[in-house]
Each structure stands twice: as C-alpha cells, then as structure tokens.
Design a protein around this ligand. Structure first.
Ligand SMILES: [Zn+2]
Length: 277
C-alpha cells in the first residue's frame, strides 16, 4: 500500500490546467448550485454528492497527460458517408457540423507522459455522434495500439460511447474485430493496457476493447453494459436487479477491477505504470 500512498501524495490529480466547460447551473446528482472554479479544481466531480460530470476529449487529455506533453496523431483521418445514409438527416452533414464546432471525431489519440512516464492515450468523445465507434475511431485506436505494441509503451484508454456507429453499418461493426485484434497485439507484446470506463460505455465499445484492459477501471456511477435495461427488459420480460449496469454492479459481478473516483485516477495510473514496468 505504501507505493499507492506515495503516488497519492506525489502525483497531481490533474496533468494540466483543465479547460472551462459549459455545465448545468445545478448538480444533476444532488441539485446544489455549482461554482465553476471549484468544480474544475475537483476534476468536474461534485464536491457534495460525488456526481461525475461527462467530459469531452479535450478535458480528458488535460486531466491525464502531464502539461505540455500531449502530441496528437492522425487528426486528418476523416469520416466519409460510404453508405449514403440520410435518415433522419444526411450523415455527412452531421459529421461536418461537428467538425466545424471544433470536435474531431469520437476518438482522439496520441502520445504523452503521465507522471513523467511515456504512454499512448486514446479518449472517446461522447459529444461526437454519441462517442460511437466509427471507421475513423477504429483506425486511430488500432494504429495507436500497434505503435504502442511495437515500441513497448503502455496504452491508456478512456471510454464514453454509445457503441458502434450504425450510420456506417457493417463497416463500423468491423471495427470491433479490428480493435480487438490490436488489443491482442498489445497482449502478445506484453505491453500493459489500462482501460478507464466512464459514463456511459455501451454497445460495441463495451463489447470490444473497453472491457479488454489488463486492468479495467470504472468511474463511480457510470452506466456500463451492452444494451440498455429497457431493451433487455422488453426482450426477456425479466425484472432486472437493483443497480443493474452501474459501475458498482459490474464490480460486484467481476466485469471491472475497480471503481475509482476521478480525483484518484492519475495517481492510480501512475502507480500501475510503475508496477507494470
Ligand atoms: Zn452533486
């Protein structure tokens, strides 16, 4: 335990200064009014009830990576509407609007350091078509894992995803096999893979790489599963147990290895990097 305590004391809870994000004026968990600077200082976790706010990829990078260490890769890989998907509106139009708003696909990846140690980092962005696993996301994830495997640099993933991007049809589903094969390459090379599951991690993302980490870490209260409880109930006519598909439920049933508050994530990752090196 001494090593964990040391990391708790030595590793800052944030890698760099977190960007300001637009938030509801009251906490969705407990309803109290929130002061933005205080919330930011606590990694966007409510100090009253512990509600963990959803964060975009930019914030996750600032949270995990040491300041000034992030080097993003493959930002120019872009989605194309190969299936000419037009329901409810043109898929290409959706993608272009989000790109104009400054988001760059549902997965961003690159290299950085964490407490001075080099890592590959990939973060989903739920704001981009629900963080869906797309051709671009799969390509960025697989390329990063392949480079991590060949260079022996540990891989850290932050998930927040509704599953595979159905607007890309079977081509999105193929990404599950592709990223799983890339996880296999990390495994064969003996390179550690730490997977962090945030709210929500569902569908093809939970069914592929997000739950394949050497260590799977979930955020408190995060919804994690394959299909939502409403659909399961409709299909099975069964009453689902209390807390079904929460991070805590998944911990009790062996799907994740730990449920960890966001303020302890960086010290824990630093500890794991040291332990696995
Ligand atoms: Zn709260």
């Amino acid at each position: 335990m001494a090593i964990i305590e040391r990391h708790r004391n030595d590793v800052a809870i944030q890698g760099g200064e977190l960007p300001e994000i637009l938030l509801p004026t009251n906490c969705p968990g407990c309803g109290i009014g929130l002061a933005a600077p205080e919330l930011r200082a606590h990694n966007y976790v409510c100090v009253n009830c512990g509600h963990h706010f959803r964060l975009g990829a930019d914030v996750w990078v600032s949270l995990i990576a040491d300041a000034e260490s992030w080097q993003e890769r493959w930002t120019d890989v872009r989605s194309h509407d190969l299936l000419n998907w037009t329901v409810p509106k043109r898929y290409q139009e959706t993608v272009e609007t989000l790109l104009e708003e400054g988001l760059n696909e549902s997965v961003r990846t690159g290299t950085c350091t964490l407490a001075g140690k080099p890592i590959w980092l990939a973060t989903f962005d739920f704001g981009f078509v629900g963080g869906t696993l797309s051709i671009v996301a799969g390509e960025r994830l697989a390329r990063g894992m392949e480079q991590a495997a060949s260079s022996g640099v540990p891989y850290v993933l932050i998930s927040a995803s509704g599953g595979a991007r159905m607007q890309e049809g079977v081509l999105a589903l193929m990404q599950l096999a592709k990223v799983n094969a890339a996880v296999g390459r990390l495994d064969a090379a003996g390179v550690p893979f730490f997977s962090v599951l945030t709210d929500p991690t569902f569908g093809g993302t939970a069914a592929s790489l997000a739950l394949l980490g050497d260590i799977n870490i979930a955020e408190p209260g995060a919804a994690i599963g394959f299909t939502g409880p409403r659909v399961i109930k409709q299909a099975t006519y069964a009453d689902l147990p209390p807390g079904f598909q929460s991070a805590e439920f998944q911990l009790a049933h062996g799907q994740v290895d730990m449920v960890l508050p966001r303020t302890e994530l960086r010290p824990m990752l630093a500890h794991l990097l040291e332990m696995y090196s």
